[in-house]
Design a protein around this ligand. Structure first.
Ligand SMILES: Cc1ncc(C[n+]2csc(CCOP(=O)(O)OP(=O)(O)O)c2C)c(N)n1
Ligand SMILES: [Mg+2]
Length: 598
């Protein structure tokens, strides 16, 4: 086939035409026709695509998802068929559940052998049918490539979801057909996308404004759908005298230095958010499908309006009276002139008082002694030292709770993690994806020790091979080394009433900082509270990526600030049945002032 343009070459060109500059992936013979195209483009000096090799395909899919979350662009990942495609799945579901556009390109055995139960032959359409339900297609002829690529990208972006293209090995090497013949059955597609303006109908906006203007205690839970709508959110909150609570993925929607921003809501939330949601008389939900419905007012007890770009997300969590399908910024802007500005500021004053009380109390709780280090102290001290443009990535575990409560978002900060899927292992790959997209900004990952062992230390291998290319080489990882799958241990105690069972919950104590040093990075192990600030300062001043191995206390309760009577009883019963950490936990429940919900 010589230097003739192949389907593989055309695929790269077409991705380029869509603005794709980075593909996360891993090699395999099922995609050799695409890898060869990458090599050819590089050799010719015309390579526009940066191939980011990851240590595991799951990391590639998580990074593609994170790339999309942090940049707003489509994320693209590439893997061989069979095992490679299977490894992608978890990261793809992360994108799907958080409504991010990600395209997966996977190889397949050559068409001639398909159906013969050949090596690595997996029925990929079935494998990907759910995660890429909106579009999964196999390219079986070169004429098909153009429109399948165009549709896969357009559908992923327009519907904010996952799509997939399967390309058998032999098809990748066939001569490209860039312009299919003008014949019956041929498709002639185009590249490119521009977002539409989505605003609800005027009558619905007026109905929403009536509901909101009639309320005297308005609470605004805002989520990831409100990212980019800060000025509009502020204007509406000011007009309504409302407080704003944030869903976890919407943590960076508004900065936490606004006095009426109550922080995160829900199980991982603050007293201020949860109290505001309990005492409000009107809800305005913006860009959120907030999962913790028990923290919203009793169904039907308050009037409620919801704004969401995805109409399928409307009226799901709360019986909302007015559902507005629209872009958050556009919709709030259209709503604003219809609202009656509230002059009575009593409710706003109450909310601001709860916010101030909360930050004071949490600052004190972060400084309570623990054995050996209180994990809250790490996020508290980190938060005080982060530059206003830092990018923070979280994981799934107790560190997510500390991030949710103690990280004070300021300036241009971005914060993300696996929200809907809540998969362990988002921390380090998300930080690396952020760093590749914004090499001049500080990126920080917060991850549990279980997550580090699951994939974080593998992702550090990818960090180690890339950091020398960054204008700012700082990427800090805080590994919360509590030797416990603590988040689940707490759920078991509080929800299911049984004590920590070491056989399922303990994880080995690994030297994460020493591991970083092995890779040519830097690190330090923190075993005393007085070492926390020096370690953070060292990480933020380092000339390369840095891992803080923070030996923290699993007995510090990863619980909401207030427990119901039932939850208290369940916890008490669990502890009494021989929990190895019973004494330490009872002491920490006091120290951390875990209260009783009214
Ligand atoms: C892939 C995956 N497996 C299992 C879980 C269930 N899970 C949620 S949090 C958690 C514990 C995480 O442990 P670690 O990373 O050590 O953090 P810690 O809670 O101890 O701070 C587990 C097992 C999950 N969310 N994702
Ligand atoms: Mg742990």
């Amino acid at each position: 086939m010589g230097d003739e343009k192949t389907v593989g070459d055309f695929l790269l060109e077409r991705l380029g035409a869509w603005g794709v500059r980075r593909v996360f992936g891993y090699s395999g013979d099922g995609i050799n026709g695409i890898l060869k195209a990458l090599w050819k483009a590089d050799r010719a000096g015309g390579g526009t695509i940066d191939f980011v090799q990851t240590a595991h395909e799951e990391l590639a899919a998580l990074m593609a998802t994170a790339h999309s979350k942090y940049t707003g662009e489509v994320g693209v990942c590439l893997a061989t068929g069979g095992p490679g495609a299977i490894h992608l799945l978890n990261g793809l579901y992360d994108a799907k559940l958080d409504h991010r556009p990600v395209l997966a390109i996977v190889g397949q055995q050559a068409t001639a052998g398909l159906g013969g139960s050949g090596q690595q032959e997996v029925h990929l359409r079935s494998l990907l049918a759910d995660v890429a339900a909106d579009f999964v297609e196999t390219v079986v002829s070169p004429e098909q490539a153009r429109h399948v690529i165009d549709r896969a990208l357009r559908i992923a972006i327009a519907r904010r979801t996952v799509t997939a293209i399967i390309i058998p090995h032999d098809v990748q090497e066939e001569p490209a057909v860039e312009d299919p013949p003008h014949e019956h059955g041929m498709q002639h597609s185009s590249a490119g996308w521009s977002a539409p303006r989505v605003i609800p109908a005027s009558a619905d906006l007026r109905r929403a404004a009536e509901v909101l203007s009639a309320g005297s205690r308005v609470a605004i839970p805002a989520g990831a759908g409100a990212l980019g709508a800060a000025p509009e959110l502020i204007a509406v909150a000011e007009a309504l005298g409302a407080g704003v609570a944030k869903a976890l993925l919407g943590k960076a929607v508004l900065p936490d230095d606004l006095p009426y921003v109550t922080g995160t809501a829900g199980w991982l939330g603050t007293d201020a958010s949860n109290r505001m949601l309990r005492e409000c008389d009107t809800l305005l939900m913006v860009g959120t499908t907030f999962p913790y419905t028990e923290f919203l007012p009793k169904p039907g007890s308050v009037r409620a309006v919801q704004v969401d770009l995805d109409a399928g997300g409307l009226g799901v969590r709360y019986p909302t009276e007015v559902n507005l399908a629209g872009d958050a910024a556009e919709t709030l802007r259209a709503l604003l002139p219809l609202l009656e500005t509230k002059t009575e500021r009593g409710w706003r004053d109450d909310v601001e008082g709860w916010v101030a009380d909360w930050w004071r109390a949490e600052g004190e709780r972060a400084h309570q002694p623990a054995s050996p280090v209180n994990p809250k102290l790490l996020v508290h001290e980190l938060s005080a030292r982060l530059p206003g443009d830092a990018i923070v990535s979280g994981d799934s575990g107790t560190s997510t709770v500390w991030l949710a409560r103690h990280l004070r978002v300021r300036g241009e900060m971005m914060v993300s993690l696996s929200g809907g899927l809540a998969t362990m292992g988002s921390g380090v790959p998300y930080a690396l994806a952020a760093k590749l997209a914004f090499p001049g900004r500080l990126c920080v990952a917060l991850a549990g020790d279980g997550a580090m062992q699951m994939n974080g230390i593998n992702s550090l291998i990818d960090v180690a091979r890339r950091w020398r290319q960054w204008s700012d080489p700082r990427l800090a990882v805080i590994a919360f080394n509590n030797r416990d799958l603590a988040y689940v241990s707490w759920e078991q105690r509080v929800m299911d009433g049984f004590p920590k069972y070491p056989a399922t919950q303990d994880v080995p104590d690994l030297p994460y900082a020493a591991y970083a040093e092995l890779l040519g990075l830097k690190g330090v192990r923190v075993e005393r509270p007085e070492d926390v600030v020096p370690a953070i300062e060292a990480a933020l001043a380092a000339d390369r990526p840095f891992v803080i191995d923070a030996v923290v206390d699993p007995a510090v309760p990863a619980l909401p600030p207030e427990l119901t009577g039932e939850q208290r009883k369940t916890l008490d019963q669990a502890l009494k049945q021989g929990d190895p950490d019973e004494r330490a936990i009872r002491e920490q429940l006091e120290r951390q002032e875990v209260g009783n919900a009214p």
